[in-house]
Design a protein around this ligand. Structure first.
Ligand code: ATP
Length: 363
């Protein structure tokens, strides 16, 4: 099997003085895939990306790209290109020369580099602006020049550090589609660092969720969103409520849990649990009904409405319950406006146990 563009991170760590920015990371990113790294500010995403790019050296561990150990290899030799968040275009060079710059460094003759730069500008639909200077471009156009400049060296792996963060919402969504199309066309590996959950879910074949320098979960977007590993992932990815309780009864794969206040829930579990064990599970916000009178014995939680936000396709209703976090329900917009709620209303939320995910992690 070809390993082109495959990235293997073997027991990678990175410390700055006494501070460990990246803990022990073991991960394989398949060649030709689109991988998004996400996590809160300071969790080590950029440091990991910079180690893959060769801008930082790991304190320990190995990095393999395309089957080659590149851990100590120089930036330009490892088949990667890094696109910076601020695009880092040369202000005094026109677009064609910006894009051709790294070919010049590599000693490519002028006619060949100009031809390749024009091809790359055409790929990002900017060939007609080749003679413009960076200050004459919009944010989206600057972003595309930066992409063309990163791709001109024909990398196996393109590394993107928050590539869309400087763009307004409309352009972000447009460029998101273009990034995915470009990756499909080129068939090379993209690793994209983002702060935005919908961006990661929409783009990635694999989402890597980090926290405090380690990988908490690395999986297909649907798994990360619908089957989160831990309460942290469930909260961070959004879309889920976390409920905690203790096991009151079990028959192996199915348990009954009891929460503070006596509410009971039945749910499938992913490992054996004993009576009295603490348990956390996630309930999808969009799979919960709000009713005035409980229609079932289990899987209901009483609450008081503390917040209502209209979101267009749904209405986000926040409840104060016996659980620590605000318990959030995404109500269908039409159903909501048939029976609107107001802050202070006492309601019952209920769901079916097949919309629940047993959380294995403890943090
Ligand atoms: P953000 O989303 O805010 O960009 P991040 O997840 O990309 O954050 P990193 O930039 O990787 O986080 O930083 C991880 C941690 O390492 C942070 O606490 C940061 O302050 C620290 N750090 C990064 N580079 C250095 C450095 N050169 N010297 C010392 N500490 C550093």
């Amino acid at each position: 099997m070809s390993k082109t563009g495959e990235i293997v991170l073997e027991k990678i760590t990175k410390s700055f003085g006494n501070f460990q920015a990246v803990g022990t990371v073991d991960q394989v990113i398949e060649g030709g895939s689109y991988c998004c790294m996400i996590g809160p500010s300071g969790c080590g995403k950029s440091t990991l990306l910079r180690m893959i790019a060769g801008h930082e050296t790991p304190t320990s561990g190995r990095i393999l790209i395309g089957g080659n150990d590149v851990t100590t290899m120089r930036t330009g030799e490892r088949g990667t290109a890094l696109m910076f968040q601020d695009y880092a275009l040369f202000p005094h060079l026109n677009l064609k020369d910006n894009v051709a710059f790294s070919l010049k460094i590599h000693g490519v003759a002028k006619p060949a580099r100009q031809e390749q730069a024009m091809e790359m500008l055409a790929r990002v639909e900017l060939a007609n602006l080749a003679d413009r200077m960076p200050f004459e471009l919009s944010g989206g156009q600057r972003q595309r020049v930066a992409l063309a400049r990163a791709l001109i060296t024909n990398p196996q792996v393109l590394l993107l550090d928050e590539p869309l963060s400087a763009l307004d919402e409309f352009l972000r969504l447009k460029m998101r589609v273009e990034l995915k199309r470009l990756q499909d066309d080129l068939g090379i590996t993209f690793i994209h660092v983002t702060h935005t959950q919908p961006e990661a879910i929409a783009l990635a074949d694999k989402v890597i969720v980090m926290d405090h320098g380690i990988i908490e979960q690395a999986d297909h977007p649907r798994a990360v969103y619908d089957q989160p590993y831990s309460p942290y992932i469930a909260r961070f990815m959004g879309g889920q409520n976390v409920v905690t309780g203790t096991i009151a009864a079990t028959n192996g794969s199915q348990v009954v849990a009891e929460a503070e206040g006596g509410a009971r829930f039945d749910l499938p579990v992913k490992r054996d649990m004993a009576i009295g064990d603490p348990i956390s599970f996630a309930v999808r916000r969009d799979k919960i009904r709000i009713v005035s009178k409980a229609e079932q014995d289990m899987n209901t939680l009483q609450g008081e409405v503390i917040n209502v936000e209209y979101q267009g396709t749904f209405v986000k209703v926040g409840l104060n319950t016996t659980q620590d976090d605000e318990f959030i329900v995404y109500m269908d917009d039409r159903a909501y406006f048939d029976n609107p709620l107001k802050v202070g209303d006492a309601v019952i939320s209920e769901w079916s146990s097949d919309n629940v995910c047993h959380l294995l992690g403890t943090n």
